[in-house]
Design a protein around this ligand. Structure first.
Ligand code: ZN
Length: 393
């Protein structure tokens, strides 16, 4: 037998949990233009193309050129060149578990597009904007906590797609009284997988037998929404729920039909507070492209907590603010309903001390590279320790 071995067809796939890829144009045998799907809000505005996650089959040993296109969009109604830029180098994986930065990328600001050069070493490889974290990961984590006496789980409501919205309560049982109570929201925005990896780090630490974790559980109760937008995460979405509503805006609207996720999370917090429960500090964790900072609640009375917390979390080797920690504006509605974030909404409703943190995806000055999964896990642990200390003082 002799003859030419037919090269296997190179194919692209995103038909799995969290996957996202638009159409693919074939430019040459190993050169493709990959369109980003992007998503728009309920008014077809604020297009964001900040998430892709796909698999390439049949390209082992071939030198691929992949141009990511359809990047431009809008943020807060202002047009931009998109969230995929020179500094957001993709991650690739040969097993869909271990992720490495793809260093061979170049950005063309003119179109704009991000060009990836890669020679797959396996028949299947995965490429993503940041290391993915889907409900599969969360379910695995929650299954590992079965029987752990320090954590209880409930559903506070259902998403547009009918999925449970989980809330975890973590504390040392059998002690009541004057414990501080800390609320954290992870993954309000579906593309921000770094938030979930940090959430996993936080939850793993808080439920562990580490003496520092035991001490924290004796002094505090953590109420954690580990995944605020399960629909979006499964869909491979960006920052809007299934009806197009941005889950870190709209906290002044909380329409239970259009945005049941916000309505359920808000109600869980307000019911707790209105029944006399504490809410010493609240926080929503995000990741962004370049910015890394703390946004405080709008009220001046919360400035001492902001400053204490900033001092504590800045000690983390995987966090370095490039924007000064500041109290938020009371409102960004500017006459337009539906623009209130979680910290603004919580302050508006009950004057609560709700914070926001953005983690960067760009190369990190202290790490000298893009933050990866172990860095995010580490940050989650540092975050809950800093919060627990900040509320004790
Ligand atoms: Zn966000």
């Amino acid at each position: 037998m002799f003859g030419l071995l037919a090269l296997a067809a190179i194919t692209f796939h995103a038909d799995f949990e969290g996957g996202s890829l638009g159409k693919t144009d074939t430019i040459g045998p190993t050169h493709f233009r990959l369109h980003m799907l992007g998503e728009v809000d309920q008014d077809k505005r604020n297009r964001q193309a900040s998430w892709y996650y796909f698999r390439i089959d049949g390209a082992r040993g071939q030198d691929l050129t992949l141009d990511l296109v359809d990047l431009p969009g809008e943020y807060n109604y202002r047009p931009n060149r998109g969230a995929i830029v020179a500094e957001t180098r993709p991650f690739f994986s040969a097993d869909d578990k271990t992720w490495t930065t793809l260093e061979t990328t170049s950005y063309d600001a003119a179109e704009p597009h991000l060009r990836l050069k890669i020679r797959p070493t396996a028949d299947r490889i995965w490429i993503a904007h940041t290391p993915p974290y889907t409900t599969r990961h969360l379910n695995h984590l929650l299954a590992s906590l079965k029987g752990n006496p320090h954590v209880t789980r409930q559903a506070v409501g259902r998403t547009v797609g009918g999925r449970d919205i989980p809330l975890l309560t973590i504390t040392e049982r059998g002690q009541v009284g004057s414990k501080k109570v800390i609320w954290i929201l992870f993954r309000q925005h579906a593309w921000e997988s770094g938030s979930s990896w940090a959430g996993e780090g936080a939850i793993r630490f808080l439920t562990s037998s580490d003496p520092a974790a035991v001490r924290i559980r004796q002094q505090a109760v953590f109420k954690i929404f580990p995944m605020c937008d399960p629909d979006g995460v499964i869909r491979g979405g960006v920052r809007f729920n299934a009806n197009g509503y941005d889950l870190n805006r709209n906290w002044d609207l909380v329409d239970p039909k259009k945005m049941p996720e916000i309505a359920a999370q808000r109600q869980a917090i307000l019911d707790w507070v209105d029944r006399g429960g504490r809410a010493d500090m609240l926080l929503t964790l995000h990741n962004d492209e370049g910015p890394e900072y703390i946004g405080g609640p709008p009220g001046e009375e919360h400035r001492p907590l902001l400053e204490r917390f900033a001092r504590l979390i800045e000690a983390s080797p995987v966090f370095q603010q490039n924007r000064k920690a500041a109290l938020a504006e009371t409102s960004t509605t500017a006459g337009k309903p539906g623009r209130m974030s979680f910290p603004q909404g919580m302050y508006h409703d009950r004057k609560l001390a709700a914070f926001l943190i953005e983690l960067r995806c760009f190369p990190h000055p202290e790490l000298g590279r893009e933050p990866n999964i172990p860095d995010r896990l580490r940050f989650g642990r540092d975050l809950v320790q800093a919060m627990a200390s900040a509320v004790q003082q």
